[in-house]
Write a protein that binds this ligand. Structure first.
Ligand code: SER
Ligand code: ZN
Length: 748
């Protein structure tokens, strides 16, 4: 967040220069007080080998009161240094030296929540991206990595708990009811990963034994009243630790791992080395108050911050242009983690939804920027869906191009090669190239070109030669600062279904292999692929798994969409086909003059009913598949929007489905309402979501039997997911019970 005295400066990637002075060690001592905290620092500097003796020492600092300054033990005089609102510059320094200083800061007056601040009376820090400069004068840039030792002193009654990064090496009592703790982080880190937490917190403990047999202490610190709400977060942490060992061979590297939950926090959570700080909503949960989605959200964020320990902390960013180096990769890792533990299909659908609903508009608007921006003014404005989520798609595409195992090997190679370094997205791609032998030069355009590419497909069947021709054309609209785009390297995963919906082996003219899903590599504006030995009537399943963040133009016939809705072996694409068909019919109905004809075609209703009885499909996926596109989404597809009419027609379509599927809906509802103990087992989550979906359709008709089911579910629900689902059915009904149930829910 920029402060008023800072002049806006444009930072350019191409103007990057290495730091003139590197830091070996940092010793900090905090004497905590809400309005006047004293910070003494002793920092050992060394001139960068490539730098001249004339280079001044430039330190960042904001809103600091400088109390003393000594170089190699000698106090500096006024003329020896210059202080501005954002820096401290010392014109002449030796090749190596120790700089000691004391600064005073006001945590209570810090409402920007950057640097050291108070949250519900507890001391807490947030240093990413540039918060450390509000603690002391320091080269606050990620390519300066140092070993930190931190001593914290505070009144014991105010702050019984004193935490910082790394391992606790000493603690004890001081005069006048004060005490101290001494922390040491053996790993070099940039200042943005520094953390301090102090206050009156309670701690829930557990242990994790790494695969090499080391015992790690796990601690979650929360306010006393929240003590009972940490079980799920703790379990998620242990799952994340295990997953990273199994998938990437990465073992936790300190003796303890701490998570602190605070109410006042700008971001979701922060991966400070060994001491994560979380917004409480991503830690605290129990079934009576949290839904399945809340639980999954917590698991994902806990995983995300844990995975940063390697992708971000052990290997960090050279500068903030490289933010996606750690964020894109870590989002990708948390997506894979959630997919492995839960419904992979629904995870992918949800992630693509986020991308389409938030990143595509960003890429099409005035804020469009590349995943690796070339310039920025305020780095805090660059924590965007493009950096995070499109960044994750770039990683996913590289996995698709290399294959899962070679990709994982590549990531391990990257982490080993650059351990303890601050690097760039180019370094990441280069490591994948080295380990796999693939050339990803053209692929790198994804990092430097903004905008969502469009891929238009044209198909044509050559009956005589039994050949299926697929013509692909890619374009990318201009974005601010970039009018001309070079062709992207797009992995397009495709399948072909025969008339019965079975996957056909795909033999590509001029290439080896006959897999049923093939990755076409688009690298020119226009390309044709020919599939051989294809029987007549095959249906294309394009962009399987959403293999690239592009907009596809492929008007597929209704019958083919219906076939894919029933049979596509790629779960994402099965959902996508259902959505496309539903969207087409809903939009057509919205275009019609009058509303007296049924909204949905017989083809759609029949396909929908067939999907409803598909007992083999994952319940999570089925719920998504059977749900019609949202009103908001439909509105976005139209030029003139009439929200009332969109609502009416969508409701009419739902009634049509409810009527056609009534018996099946009831059967599925009852099959899903067992009395098992609440768990987040994906099958149980799927049963719940499908059951509640069925209930919502059954309730459209407001038959007495359905109303009874719904009221019973509301009353006897053993978890929030079921209770909330029943509540929302009742609230959107016209039943007299609405008010009493709402009042009851509020009381609970
Ligand atoms: N670096 C933090 C995170 O992504 C802040 O957003 O977890
Ligand atoms: Zn992150």
């Amino acid at each position: 967040m920029s402060t008023s005295h800072k002049r806006p400066v444009t930072h350019l990637l191409q103007e990057y220069t290495p730091p003139s002075y590197l830091v070996e060690t940092v010793d900090l001592c905090f004497r905590l007080s809400p309005t006047a905290t004293s910070v003494t620092s002793s920092v050992r500097y060394q001139r960068h080998p490539d730098c001249t003796a004339l280079a001044p020492l430039h330190l960042d600092g904001e809103e600091l009161e400088l109390l003393s300054l000594k170089l190699d033990g000698v106090a500096l005089q006024k003329g020896d240094y210059r202080v501005s609102p954002s820096s401290l510059v010392i014109a002449k320094v030796p090749e190596t030296f120790v700089l000691e200083m004391e600064t005073r800061i006001n945590p209570q007056g810090n409402t920007a929540l950057e640097g050291l601040y108070l949250s519900s009376g507890n001391f807490c820090t947030q240093c990413e991206a540039e918060g450390f400069r509000k603690i002391t004068y320091y080269p606050d840039r990620p390519d300066v990595m140092a070993r930190f030792r931190v001593r914290i002193e505070a009144a014991r009654d105010l702050c019984p708990v004193l935490l910082s990064n790394g391992n606790l090496v000493e603690q004890g009592s001081l005069d006048a009811g004060w005490h101290f703790a001494q922390w040491e982080d053996p790993f070099r880190k940039p200042a943005y990963l520094f953390a301090l937490v102090a206050g009156d917190l309670t701690c829930v403990e557990d242990h994790f034994t790494t695969r090499s047999g080391r015992e790690i202490l796990l601690q979650i610190y929360v306010e006393h009243r929240n003590r009972e709400l940490c079980d799920h977060a703790m379990l998620s942490l242990k799952k994340a630790m295990k997953w990273d060992e199994e998938v990437y061979g990465l073992e936790y590297d300190l003796d303890r791992y701490m998570i602190v939950a605070v109410d006042d926090f700008n971001m979701g959570a922060m991966e400070n080395k060994g001491l994560n700080v979380f917004n409480s909503k991503y830690v605290l949960a129990r079934p009576e108050t949290a839904t399945d989605n809340d639980f999954l959200g917590i698991e994902a964020v806990i995983g995300h911050e844990y995975f940063h320990n390697y992708t971000g902390n052990r290997v960090t960013c050279r500068d903030w242009f490289q933010l996606s180096l750690k964020e894109g990769l870590t989002v990708f890792r948390d997506q894979e983690f959630s997919a492995d533990l839960n419904s992979a299909a629904v995870k992918r659908i949800d992630d693509v939804r986020i991308l389409r609903q938030t990143q595509f508009p960003e890429d099409a608007g005035p804020m469009a920027h590349p995943v690796r921006p070339a310039s920025y003014v305020e780095i805090n404005n660059f924590y965007t869906v493009t950096i995070y989520n499109k960044g994750a798609e770039l990683i996913r595409m590289q996995q698709t191009l290399l294959g899962k195992e070679p990709f994982n090997r590549g990531v391990r190679h990257y982490l080993k090669k650059h351990d303890g370094q601050a690097v760039t997205t180019d370094d990441f791609v280069a490591a994948l190239e080295e380990s796999s032998g693939r050339d990803l030069e053209q692929f790198k355009r994804w990092y430097s070109q903004a905008g969502t590419p469009r891929v238009a497909l044209t198909t044509h069947y050559d009956q005589k030669n039994q050949e299926y021709h697929l013509l692909c054309r890619q374009t990318c609209p201009p974005t601010p600062d970039q009018t001309e785009k070079q062709p992207f390297f797009i992995p397009l995963a495709v399948g072909l279904l025969d008339r019965d919906g079975r996957d056909l082996p795909i033999i590509i003219k001029g290439q080896q292999g006959r897999q049923t899903t093939r990755i076409l590599e688009l690298n020119q504006a226009e390309q044709e692929f020919v599939f051989e030995q294809i029987p007549e009537g095959a249906a294309l399943s394009p962009l399987r798994g959403f293999s690239a963040p592009v907009i596809l133009d492929y008007p597929q016939p209704d019958e083919e969409l219906a076939l894919r809705m029933a049979h596509d072996s790629d779960p994402f694409n099965r959902w996508e086909a259902a959505q496309q068909l539903a969207r087409r019919e809903l939009l057509a109905a919205l275009e019609r003059e009058s509303d007296d004809q049924p909204v949905l075609s017989e083809l759609f209703v029949a396909s929908w009913c067939r999907a409803l009885v598909d007992s083999e499909a994952d319940g999570n996926l089925l719920t998504q598949l059977l749900t019609l596109p949202s009103e908001v989404y439909l509105g976005e597809q139209m030029t003139a929007i009439d929200p009332g009419r969109i609502h009416r027609l969508r409701q009419a379509a739902r009634c049509q489905l409810a009527q056609a599927g009534r018996e099946q809906l009831l059967l599925r509802y009852h099959a899903g309402s067992g009395n098992e103990l609440y768990s987040l087992d994906p099958q149980q989550v799927g049963m719940r979501s499908l059951k509640n979906f069925c209930l919502s359709l059954l309730m459209l008709q407001e038959k007495t039997s359905s109303i009874e089911l719904c009221l019973r579910q509301y009353e006897f629900a053993g978890n929030m997911t079921d209770r909330l689902a029943a509540l929302s059915c009742l609230v959107s009904s016209s039943l007299p019970q609405r008010e009493t149930v709402l009042e009851d829910f509020y009381q609970r």
